[in-house]
Design a protein around this ligand. Structure first.
Ligand SMILES: Cc1ncc(COP(=O)(O)O)c(C=O)c1O
Length: 394
């Protein structure tokens, strides 16, 4: 049959994390005992005070369209949060609320990029960056990093990647998938390079800021000279276990916020009203209200590192944030394990799924084909069982 779909969608790849989750679900439905470590989704329930705020919003009839860029009192809560947690001052006209940080990122790409504009992506990067950039006719420019530099881009690498077509640099810290956290000094190093190129803008994806085990999250917008050229992206999916509520937001230059507002006004008419009201409660709460999740993730990270460390062939960094480990498993390439030849990270992830019934994600999806991503947003029991199975089949 003739393909009537647009070139745009035909050239887009399917989200590898969602594809793996779908495959794992399928096998589960067939009766297989699959342990899913492929999704980036906290396994906690939303704190009760947030649920209460949502119930109240329903009873108070928050059922009409909200302002396209978000309720003013939500934007005020976001401005307060930026000030409290990041030392950043954003006026309400610099903030836009969207349907998840994913939409915030898509808005930015659509309003900032022209055909052929290059976007530097330190690899590994979050799975959707490159497809979002391509959708907006931008060109992703991957800067490969390795476990030897804790998967962080150095100033020299950044300098080398810049061309006259470079428009933006996108990165996440704490990083999905590597868990790496850029220090203030490391961000200052990147900023020194960017100062020489005043036309390059930064997307700083800080959605994992609170899930940080080294303490002290640093926003690049807070580094001298970077504020006016940085769009800080955040949301409530990870810190408050609100993935399904779909609320993300940006703080950035007013002209960017205005453009995102205009774009969103034609695409979604703004984010879900009830979820916005609940987000006010989430953001106004002290960080101590979610400390239990952060402590639990910290414990699980240590457990997973310890158990994976016992398996020969796994090369591990120590992720300082988010809830993933990103082991380099390239030592298995070219080897045959129990009759299966492993040529790359996809083969490896598939082997783990089929033989150990453990779902992980190939690093190829994140721009690094020596690694796999293992999410430890799962119970201790599941993590112990998963690591034991992986060890057994290897
Ligand atoms: C680095 C990063 N940015 C953005 C998102 C999207 O978050 P949201 O659920 O708010 O769309 C994710 C979700 O996995 C992520 O890992």
């Amino acid at each position: 049959m003739k393909n009537h779909l647009s070139d745009r969608i035909n050239s887009m790849s399917t989200s590898a994390t969602l594809a793996m989750a779908a495959k794992a679900r399928e096998l589960k439905n067939e009766g297989k005992d699959i342990i899913g470590l492929s999704l980036g989704e906290p396994d906690f329930n939303i704190p009760d005070f947030i649920k209460e705020a949502a119930k109240e919003a329903i009873d108070q009839n928050y059922s009409s369209y909200s302002p396209v860029d978000g309720y003013a009192d939500l934007k005020q809560a976001i401005a307060n949060k930026f000030k409290r947690d990041n030392g950043l001052t954003y006026g309400l006209n610099q903030i836009v609320v969207s349907t998840g940080a994913k939409q915030s990122l898509a808005n930015i790409a659509m309003v900032m990029l022209n055909d052929g504009d290059e976007v530097i992506l330190p690899a590994p990067y979050w799975v959707s960056y490159s497809d979002i950039v391509k959708l907006a006719q931008g060109v992703p420019v991957e800067v490969p990093t390795s476990i030897d530099t804790d998967f962080k881009m150095t100033p020299e690498q950044l300098e080398k990647a810049i061309t006259p077509k470079t428009k933006m640099m996108w990165f996440s810290s704490p990083c999905n998938p590597s868990g790496s956290v850029y220090s203030k000094e490391e961000l200052e190093g990147l900023a020194e390079v960017l100062k020489k190129h005043p036309n390059i803008f930064i997307v700083s994806d800080e959605i994992y800021e609170h899930i940080n085990f080294r303490g002290g999250h640093v926003s690049i917008a807070n580094i001298e000279g970077m504020y006016d050229r940085t769009i800080t992206v955040n949301g409530v999916s990870k810190a408050f276990a609100m993935t399904g509520w779909r609320i993300g937001y940006i703080g950035g230059p007013e002209w960017v916020a205005r453009a995102c507002n205009k774009f969103q006004g034609q695409i979604t008419s703004g984010a879900n009203a009830i979820a916005q009201r609940a987000t006010i409660a989430a953001l106004n709460a002290p960080i101590s209200s979610i400390q239990f999740m952060i402590d639990e993730f910290h414990k699980r990270r240590d457990l997973v590192l310890e158990l994976l460390g016992e398996i020969k062939g796994f090369n591990l960094n120590v992720p300082e944030g988010a809830f993933y480990v990103f082991p380099d498993i390239s030592s298995f390439f070219g080897k045959t394990i129990n009759g299966t030849l492993i040529n790359n990270a996809s083969d490896f992830a598939l082997y783990l799924l089929e033989k150990a019934n453990v779902a992980t994600v190939t690093g190829e999806a994140f721009g690094n084909d020596n690694c796999i991503r293992i999410s430890y947003a799962a119970s201790e029991k599941e993590l112990r069982e998963a690591m034991a199975r992986i060890k057994a089949v290897l």
